[in-house]
Design a protein around this ligand. Structure first.
Ligand SMILES: *Cc1c(COP(=O)(O)O)cnc(C)c1O
Length: 365
């Protein structure tokens, strides 16, 4: 059997007629950047999330940069985040001249440990960026309370959790600003780069609206120094189609996760979901001690896997100047050696998941 990791081609085939129609339309109208599909998407996104405003932008990375810029974060500021995430989270902070300050993760959820945040706050701290890793939202009530007590902003990095819920409320509607990504491999992916920012603060929305187009408030009138961070109309058109079926995709992902967990919970560490959360399973990630051997064995049997992430950010060469050392974040360091993401997409059949689990069992027993 040959298994797909993310099955990106199937998401086109499933909506082929609608996607072909919308792309032909946009090619004929030649409205390529922002445009009608983008406005329509922004309306649907904010309604879906339950925030006052949503803005499409060029990527999840640009979404983080727009959020930090809107909050005036730059040189001399510190931003608290997790070292166990994709590079973009901390990169955006550093890119703007601010200092990423890492706080270790909860060993069960892999998300920033709220109990460890407060002792890292200094007079320079401006914001906290919790990352909702693998599709599960961080403990936002606890994080928002710490932020409120200390006068900080909260930016949810929801690149992996769009559609997930926390105490019945959706990811991206739980913080000062939230950022998501529509990179093809994310739970809601387009067919290129894309992202969005969310807020319920009108002034922040207006500022990000301008920052997205070079700080422009009217044509060629530049109030701020901004970025070229616009969304393509084509990507927005594809997202409008995919968003209509997104709840069904989430249910299928959750079903796949349940098949895995039912088979594997007794033999490896399977994802732990806090009782007030639902996950969209951007990744289905297990833990094993002999990860590389298991990866090889799975590959020999036609099963692709991935490691999210093999090196925690405080040990990356680009962040050497922050002077962190091995041993500073023991939970993140240990997890980076044991986590393994299995194939996860809405198109997996139960027999395929069963096959993958049988191979894992054969390896372990
Ligand atoms: C993918 C991802 C990003 C960046 O999104 P892009 O659209 O690839 O720029 C940021 N943070 C996290 C946690 C991600 O997984």
């Amino acid at each position: 059997m040959k298994i797909d990791f993310a099955s990106l081609d199937k998401s086109y085939l499933e909506n082929k007629v609608e996607i072909d129609n919308i792309t032909t339309d946009i090619f004929s109208n030649a409205q390529f950047i922002l445009g009608e599909q983008t406005s329509q998407l922004e309306e649907s996104l904010k309604n879906y999330v339950g925030s006052e405003y949503a803005l499409g932008c060029a990527s999840g990375t640009d979404a983080l940069i727009l959020a930090l810029m809107a909050l005036n974060i730059g040189a001399d500021d510190e931003v608290i985040t997790t070292p166990f995430t994709f590079i973009a989270t901390a990169e955006a902070i550093a890119f703007l001249g601010a200092k990423p300050v890492f706080v270790d993760i909860d060993p069960r959820t892999y998300n920033i440990d709220p109990n460890k945040i407060e002792k890292s706050i200094t007079s320079r701290t401006k914001a906290i960026i919790p990352v909702s890793l693998y599709g599960q939202i961080s403990d936002m009530d606890a994080i928002n309370k710490i932020a409120k007590d200390n006068g900080l902003f909260v930016i949810e990095d929801a690149a992996q959790s769009f559609g997930a819920t926390y105490r019945g409320r959706r990811s991206c509607g739980l913080s000062t600003i939230a950022c998501t990504s529509f990179f093809p491999a994310k739970p809601l992916g387009c067919f290129g780069d894309g992202g969005a920012v969310f807020t319920s603060d009108r002034l922040l929305y207006e500022k990000m609206h301008a920052l997205r187009v070079h700080g422009q408030t009217k044509r060629y009138i530049h109030k701020y120094i901004g970025i070229g961070g616009r969304l393509d109309n084509l990507q927005a058109g594809i997202l409008n189609i995919k968003l209509k079926n997104y709840e069904k995709d989430i249910e299928r992902r959750q079903k796949v996760a349940n098949w895995y967990s039912n088979e594997l919970a007794d033999i490896v560490t399977t994802p732990y979901l806090q009782e007030f959360n639902t996950s969209v399973y951007a990744q289905y990630t297990i833990e094993v001690d002999n990860r590389e051997e298991l990866q090889d064995f799975l590959a020999q049997n036609g099963i692709p896997t991935a490691v999210h992430y093999p090196i925690p950010l405080h040990l990356q060469e680009c962040f050497q100047y922050l002077s962190y050392e091995k041993g500073d974040f023991l939970v993140s360091e240990q997890k980076s050696k044991t986590v393994l993401s299995l194939p996860m997409n809405p198109y997996l059949f139960e027999e395929e998941v069963q096959y993958i689990c049988d191979i894992i069992k054969k390896f372990i027993q």
